[in-house]
Design a protein around this ligand. Sequence first.
Ligand SMILES: C[S@@+](CC[C@H](N)C(=O)[O-])C[C@H]1O[C@@H](n2cnc3c(N)ncnc32)[C@H](O)[C@@H]1O
Length: 438
Amino acid sequence: MTPSARLGASIDLLTAMEAAPRKPADAVANSFFRERRYIGGGDRRAVSGMVWEIMRAWRRLGWWLTKCGADITPRALAATNLVLKGWPAREIADLFAEGRFAPGALTYAEQDVVTALAGGTLDNADMPRAVRLELPDWLLPRLEETFGETLEAELSALSEPATLDLRVNILRTNRRDAQNALGREGLHAVLTPLSPWGLRLNGRLPVTSTTPFKDGRIEIQDEGSQLVAAIMGVTPEMRVLDYCAGAGGKTLALAMMMENKGHIAACDVSEARLDGAVRRLRRAGVHNVERHLLQAGDKWAKRRAKSFDRVLVDAPCSGTGTWRRNPDARLRMTEQDLEELLVKQSEILDRASSLVKPGGRMVYATCSILRAENASQVEAFLARHSDFQLVPSDSTALPDSLRGTSMFSLTPHQNETDGFFAAVLERKSEADHEPTEL
Ligand SMILES: C[S@@+](CC[C@H](N)C(=O)[O-])C[C@H]1O[C@@H](n2cnc3c(N)ncnc32)[C@H](O)[C@@H]1O
């Protein structure tokens, strides 16, 4: 592709993303490239690189366009991005060429923007804090509440590209052998510092086409997600429930910790997600998992009340901890989305807690960095359920820095993982719990 055609495709992809504001950007990008198979690997990377760079600067680019009195369009954003990166106006005009795959010439209004911003920089001291930090206005106070003075450092780490973390499946191999097997295929992984099963690669590498991935020796899983499984402290004889199992990311890690013994029930309300677990379980050689689709009026949960040793509630959440991977998500999220999630999380917690046996434990986890979804949810749950208490994890799989903790909040800035939260809640044994008088 010519540089003009790459720019044209980037503008087309931004337009497709704008037309599907509720859809994750990477899902839009996948279908965009699937429909344009003539765009080869190198061009695809260049186009995605340009689009993701614009998404990471969306509010600041928009602020400059508004300041120039121009409309915020994909073309104008792309031109503004180039000029603020120091591209000369002449070269930008050449890129906006006419032709089959090119974007077409700059309009007079676009030329005015390029002229006005020549020599400028993306950041500006007059920008409101939410614009400078690339956040929707409503979200800023929530994050200030969570992080206080470290907010800027936390958000800056959340804007960096993520590492690619793998979990070694110790049912099939060990960390060193998996690392060597990847090395033989040209992928040089290092051991992750916190998870005992983690390997880390830098950049988007073709892991899924390697032999260790295909034969189930490794899974793609962020180190933070591995630590959520670790804090469960499951052992081979237990009955374990993964209440929001999705496609089984954490179920797989739990099955591995249980040496493929005991019993795991993996539940979800999404059949498609649960179906997605089948192939992964088979590839990993896991056979102690029963899948169950949760449905309204279902007797399944009632029959199993107070019967599980461990219950994991990996709740649906804002995903704010995964912004490194989904830079578009920080702008797509609305206040209403958050309010709805908070209600859903507390309902799920109440339902899942009825399945924990006396003396058993429930781990509440999210990939959110917002206090409202994390510690505040736990506090509200404990206020509703006097028969539960926060307890230190007894897991030996946690690193020294987290050993014996009852609650952790991981962030890219502090831990080089995605943002993850987990809290360990124990149902008091019946003798210890005095029912509240009515
Ligand atoms: C964070 S994802 C789970 C990811 C999964 N545990 C993993 O590690 O790959 C949250 C899951 O909760 C499920 N979910 C949403 N509402 C639910 C409900 N009321 N009960 C149970 N699961 C629910 C969603 O379908 C989604 O798969």
